[in-house]
Write a protein that binds this ligand. Structure first.
Ligand code: ADP
Ligand code: MG
Length: 408
């Protein structure tokens, strides 16, 4: 009963009473000691026998994790991807009790139970795979009974796919849809408010001139003017957010942009007792970017980093070429990406806040607008790049900006 509730809670669909396949798939190599039968495929065109392939090689080469447990819940096979996912070597996994190994993943144990229970059911789920003391990885899981030649269930096959990248891409998509709409509404509103605000500020300045003899009235009018300016800044940010993509792309030296930003922020860093460390890759190619907009991105990120380190610390700005970005995003082959990491040793971001920091108006600061990162994210995307973040409370954060390098 409990297993069934959990299954529902995780939105799992269970294929009930799946009949044994007429020609059962036999997975050799179930036991570490088992012989390893080889198959002799035929080369597609020539009809010549191709190189020998073993099922074990096939399973080992898969990017998805394959784990086999026997009826007593003992692990009898793992492929390389499973070692990576669990963060443990095959040696430390094989022959161990799955109930012990996957103690932190009750949902997976339930799925194994279902496959070995009277129903012998196959089930699918999407859930977090928890690695003890090493965080969690979003996975999609398929657990099926493993049948021998006679159709008897001899164990359970677990297929786990790491969804980290997919989830990141889906999150990106959701983020940009939401932003596009919000940006339009916000910009229209900002535009309407800016004009009367200009009038209020002008009137306050006139009053200030009239009451120059009365210090307390001057103070009050100064507050009016200051607050109007603050709202005005917020409106400018809103307008930035809704500004249609219109980049003036030119080859830019990222290091020059970063130096410019660091120069602007040095006084603030000094006040906060923050040491700035550069780790620049001198062979970095130029990026194709809009100078003003990218300066704004780096400025927002550096400002946030300094604000998170009010008690001092180290701000590290590092650059390097990114090697796996095109593969990860499906960019045209040959597109190279430049990475800028802005790392702080500040407060860090709560795990629950992390998915929201790029949303407009999300702020944890008393006088924050919550627009800085939303603007950074939009701008980086308009450049065909990506903005990512990693953070731990009490340790600090790193914001990672990937930008396409200038082609040719
Ligand atoms: N480097 C950082 N360290 C800790 N928290 C951060 C950092 N950068 C951003 N944040 C969090 O994300 C929120 C949103 O940031 P941002 O969009 O720049 O808006 P704002 O700075 O106006 O609050 C911040 O309020 C803060 O909670
Ligand atoms: Mg900010």
């Amino acid at each position: 009963m409990q297993a069934r509730n959990i299954a529902r809670a995780h939105g799992r669909t269970r294929v009930r009473g799946l009949k044994p396949t007429p020609t059962p798939v036999i997975i050799p190599g179930l036991k570490p000691s088992m012989h390893n039968p080889r198959i002799m495929p035929t080369a597609l065109h020539s009809g010549e026998p191709a190189a020998e392939v073993s099922w074990q090689d096939v399973l080992t080469s898969l990017e998805d994790s394959v784990i086999v447990v026997d009826c007593a819940r003992g692990v009898s096979f793992v492929n390389q991807a499973a070692e990576t996912l669990t963060g443990r070597s095959a040696r430390s996994l094989l022959a161990r009790d799955a109930r012990d190994l996957f103690r932190a993943n009750g949902w997976l144990l339930d799925m194994i139970d279902n496959s070995l229970g009277p129903d012998e059911s196959t089930s699918r789920a999407e859930n977090d795979f928890v690695k003890p003391r090493r965080g969690k990885v979003p996975v999609s899981a398929l657990v099926s009974p493993l049948r021998d030649r006679r159709g008897q269930v001899s164990g359970s096959v677990l297929l786990l796919r790491d969804r980290t990248l997919r989830q990141a891409l889906e999150d990106d998509l959701r983020r940009s849809d939401r932003l596009a709409l919000l940006g339009k509404v916000a910009a229209a509103l900002a535009h309407e408010i800016k004009n009367p605000l200009g009038g209020i500020k002008g009137a306050a300045q006139l009053i200030r001139a009239e009451v120059a003899h009365d210090a307390s009235l001057v103070e009050n009018t100064d507050i009016m003017i200051r607050e109007v300016e603050r709202v005005n800044q917020l409106l400018d940010q809103l307008l930035d957010l809704g500004r249609p993509a219109g980049l003036h792309l030119e080859p830019l030296n990222v290091h020059e942009l970063l130096e410019h930003v660091l120069r602007l922020e040095t006084p603030a860093a000094t006040v906060a007792g923050v040491r700035i460390q550069r780790s620049f890759d001198p062979s970095l190619p130029p990026v194709a970017g809009d100078r003003d907009r990218l300066i704004q991105v780096f400025l927002n990120l550096v400002k946030n980093a300094l604000q998170a380190m009010s008690a001092g610390g180290r701000l590290t700005v590092a650059t390097h070429m990114e090697t796996d970005f095109p593969l990860r995003t499906g960019h045209a082959a040959g597109t190279r990406f430049v990475r800028v990491d802005i790392r702080d040793e500040g407060t860090g971001i709560d795990e629950a806040d992390l998915p929201h920091v790029f949303s407009p108006f999300f702020t944890r600061k008393r006088r924050g607008t919550g627009l800085g990162l939303a603007i950074c994210d939009t701008t980086v995307k308009e450049h065909g790049g990506r903005l990512g973040v990693e953070s731990r409370v009490g340790e600090g954060s790193v914001f990672k900006v990937s930008l396409p390098a200038q082609q040719g």
